[in-house]
Design a protein around this ligand. Structure first.
Ligand SMILES: [Zn+2]
Length: 230
């Protein structure tokens, strides 16, 4: 991996990967991180790669400007919880909790982001457990456990052992989106695939799901712009 820069795009680093298998130059921008990745066949000379980048700089600039900036988790910041904006506040006296348009972090201010994450995870777990119980009862099949992760590539998964995994960031999405993902994974308890029978089963227990799936496709990346690492 080699790093390149374009003089007219200061601050943007392009990761160049040489590949013997590649037939042509190809570029992609990660919608979550804004990382620009360029793959070039090993035989293409550097001059041609630089010309390609200069040719594409307006395209790169356009893409990066459309991306939402990363939001830092600190007192005063606003984050969505169940689809509604909540202000992050420090409330040293009481325990951490969510209420009237705010998330209050109790105790000392150290590890503020980690404490916010803890509150969100607990809330996500409660909502996801309730939704999974509801849909599993409708389906007539139990699940074995619920695991929360911070996955970027998927919102949920279901193992052959009936273990359901979810991204805790779903608690930031509107409640019907979280419900849809819960139903989606619960329906996999019966069909471990995306066959016609699977989608029929999902419709049976959940109702129409297309708009919710589209919401995740269109807006899912925005839930990843909040940075919780201290
Ligand atoms: Zn699925």
């Amino acid at each position: 991996m080699q790093q390149l820069n374009i003089p007219d795009l200061p601050g943007v680093t392009i990761q160049l990967r040489r590949s013997t298998g590649a037939k042509r130059l190809s570029m992609r921008i990660c919608s979550l991180t804004g990382q620009v990745k360029l793959t070039a066949p090993s035989w293409v000379p550097m001059g041609q790669i630089q010309a390609f980048l200069i040719d594409k700089q307006e395209w790169i600039r356009g893409h990066l400007s459309k991306m939402s900036p990363v939001s830092v988790i600190e007192p005063g910041a606003i984050i969505p919880i169940e689809g509604h904006p909540h202000e992050l506040r420090h409330a040293p006296k009481g325990p951490s909790h969510i209420g009237d348009g705010a998330l209050y972090v109790g105790g000392r201010t150290n590890h503020f982001a980690a404490k916010v994450e803890g509150v969100l995870k607990a809330h996500a777990r409660a909502r996801l457990a309730a939704a999974c119980d509801h849909y599993a009862a409708k389906l007539g099949r139990p699940f074995s456990s619920i695991v929360l992760r911070d996955t970027r590539s998927r919102w949920g998964s279901c193992s052959a052992q009936g273990r359901l995994m979810f991204s805790w960031r779903l608690i930031m999405a509107p409640p019907d989106i979280l419900s849809y993902v819960a139903a989606h994974e619960v329906a996999h308890l019966r069909h471990m695939n995306h066959s016609r029978a699977y989608w029929d089963c999902l419709t049976d227990i959940h109702g129409p799901w297309e708009k919710k799936r589209q919401w995740l496709h269109d807006n899912g990346a925005s839930l990843h712009r909040y940075q919780f690492d201290d």
